[in-house]
Design a protein around this ligand. Structure first.
Ligand code: PMP
Length: 406
C-alpha cells in the first residue's frame, strides 16, 4: 500500500531530511480529503446547528447529523443516538466518570482498571473515587505486556461496579481480549468502558459484537481533526444518565427555578460543538473506509513484522511488550541510551518517534523504566521508513561510542 501522496505533510522536509513520521500513536497526519472537508465547510456551509430557521443552519445541522450516522455505522452501534460527539477520548471518559460515575458509585464500590491504561482512563476515575469513596483496583500486567486474565477474573466481585480497559495499549501495542473482558465484567454485574483511542484506526470495531457499555475514541488518531471524537454508550445507560455540562443545546426548557433536558445525545452536547471538526471526521472515516480497514491492518502488520526483525538486529535493543496480539506499535529501549536521546538523534534524521512515559506512568513503573522509545505506524508508512529508523538507531549507537563508523 502506498498512500503517501494523499497526505500533503509527508512531502515536507525536517532538518533537511525527508519526514519519516512514526508518531502515529500520538496523532496521525491528515489526508487532503479531510483538510478539504474542513475548509469546504467554512467556505460553503458554516452556520450554527440546531438553532436557525434559515437554510444554512439546516444544511449545517444535516452535515453534522450525517457525521453522527457515519460514526454509528463505523462502530456498528444500533442507534445514532448512542453516539455522543466529544473533544476526544479524554472528554468521553470524563463524561462517563462525571455523569455515570458520580451518580452510580458509592463508598466501598470497586472500580477495576487495567494496568495498561493511559492516564485519561485513570485520573477521571481517581477524581470520582475521591468524590464517592469508591476504591480503584488494578488488573496486573504480565512481563509480556498482556493483561493477566486469571488475576482479572479473581479481582471481579460483587463490589465491582465498573471496569475500564483499553482496546489497544498506546505504550506497548497490546491488543486486549476485549470481548472476554466485557463478558466477565457483565457476569459480575459491572459496567464496562473500552478506550478505543489506539484501536479504531487499525481494526474494525463492532460495539455490538464486543458487548461493551461504553466505547471512546479520538478523531485525530483516525486521520481526522484534533478536538473531535465520540463516546458510544448503550442507549438505556445514556438515557438514565444526567447531563454533565449545562448550557445551550442540551435543554428542553429553562426557567430560573428549574430546567428540563434534551434527549440523548443532545443532553451531553452543551454549547456549540466542533461542527467543522465533526464534518471533517466524517470525511476521515470515509477515507479509512475507502482504503479498507482490512487492508490497513494487513499493511501495518507487515510493517510491524518487518520492524520487529530489523530492530532485533540492533545490539542492546530490547522490546518492551511482546504480547501475542499487537497492533502497529513497537516500544523499545536501547542499552546505555536514554529514550529522549534516541528521539532527539532520530529527529535530526527526519524521523519522528515518541520517547517517554506515553501518558502511562503506572505501566512504565511496572516495567521499572522511566520511559521507552515508541515507533507507531499508520497506513502511509513504508518499509523504507523503517529502514531510515534503523539507520538512525545505528547512528545513535555510533554517537554514543557503541559502534564503529561504517
Ligand atoms: N487513551 C489512549 C489509549 C491513548 O493513546 C490516548 C492518546 N494518546 C488517549 C486515551 C487520550 O486521547 P486524547 O488525548 O485524544 O483525548
Amino acid at each position: 500500500m502506498n498512500r503517501q501522496a494523499d497526505f500533503p505533510i509527508l512531502g515536507r522536509q525536517v532538518h533537511g531530511r525527508r519526514l519519516v513520521y512514526l508518531d502515529n500513536g500520538a496523532t496521525t497526519q491528515k489526508p487532503q480529503a479531510v483538510i478539504d472537508a474542513e475548509a469546504r465547510y467554512y467556505r460553503e456551509s458554516n452556520a450554527n446547528i440546531h438553532r436557525g430557521v434559515h437554510w444554512l443552519s439546516q444544511h449545517s445541522t444535516d452535515l453534522y447529523d450525517r457525521s453522527r450516522e457515519r460514526v454509528r455505522g463505523f462502530l456498528n452501534a444500533r442507534h445514532a443516538e448512542e453516539i455522543v460527539f466529544t473533544r476526544g477520548t479524554t472528554e468521553a471518559i470524563n463524561l462517563v466518570a462525571a455523569s455515570w460515575g458520580r451518580n452510580n458509585l458509592k463508598a466501598g464500590d470497586e472500580i477495576l482498571l487495567s494496568g495498561l491504561e493511559h492516564h485519561s482512563n485513570i485520573v477521571p476515575w481517581q477524581m470520582v473515587a475521591g468524590q464517592t469513596g469508591a476504591v480503584i483496583r488494578v488488573i496486573p500486567v504480565t512481563d509480556d505486556g498482556e493483561l493477566d486474565m486469571r488475576a482479572y477474573a479473581g479481582l471481579l466481585n460483587e463490589r465491582t461496579r465498573f471496569v475500564g480497559a483499553c482496546h489497544v495499549s498506546n505504550a506497548l501495542g497490546t491488543i486486549n481480549p476485549v470481548a472476554d473482558i466485557v463478558r466477565l465484567a457483565h457476569e459480575a454485574g459491572a459496567v464496562v468502558l473500552i478506550d478505543g483511542a489506539q484501536a479504531v484506526a487499525h481494526q474494525t470495531v463492532d460495539v455490538q459484537a464486543l458487548g461493551c457499555d461504553f466505547y471512546a475514541f479520538s478523531g485525530h488518531k483516525l486521520y481526522g481533526p484534533t478536538g473531535t471524537g465520540a463516546l458510544y454508550g448503550r442507549k438505556a445507560l445514556l438515557d438514565a444518565m444526567p447531563p454533565w455540562q449545562g448550557g445551550g443545546d442540551m435543554i428542553h426548557t429553562v426557567s430560573f427555578e428549574r430546567s428540563t433536558y434534551a434527549e440523548t445525545p443532545q443532553k451531553f452536547e452543551a454549547g456549540t460543538p466542533n461542527i467543522a471538526g465533526a464534518i471533517a471526521l466524517d470525511a476521515a472515516i470515509a477515507y479509512v473506509q475507502e482504503v479498507g480497514l482490512e487492508h490497513i491492518a494487513a499493511h501495518e502488520d507487515a510493517l510491524l513484522q518487518y520492524a520487529g526483525a530489523a530492530l532485533a538486529g540492533i545490539p542492546g535493543l530490547r522490546f518492551i511488550g511482546q504480547a501475542r496480539e499487537r497492533a502497529a506499535i513497537a516500544s523499545f529501549v536501547v542499552d546505555g541510551i536514554h529514550p529522549h536521546d534516541l528521539g532527539t538523534i532520530l529527529d535530526m534524521e527526519g524521523v519522528a518517534i515518541r520517547a517517554g512515559h506515553h501518558c502511562a506512568m503506572p505501566l512504565m513503573t511496572r516495567f521499572g523504566l522511566p520511559g521507552t522509545a515508541r515507533a507507531s505506524f499508520a497506513l502511509y508508512n513504508t518499509f523504507e521508513d523503517i529502514d531510515t529508523l534503523v539507520a538512525g538507531l545505528h547512528k545513535a549507537r555510533r554517537l554514543f561510542g557503541m559502534e564503529q563508523s561504517a
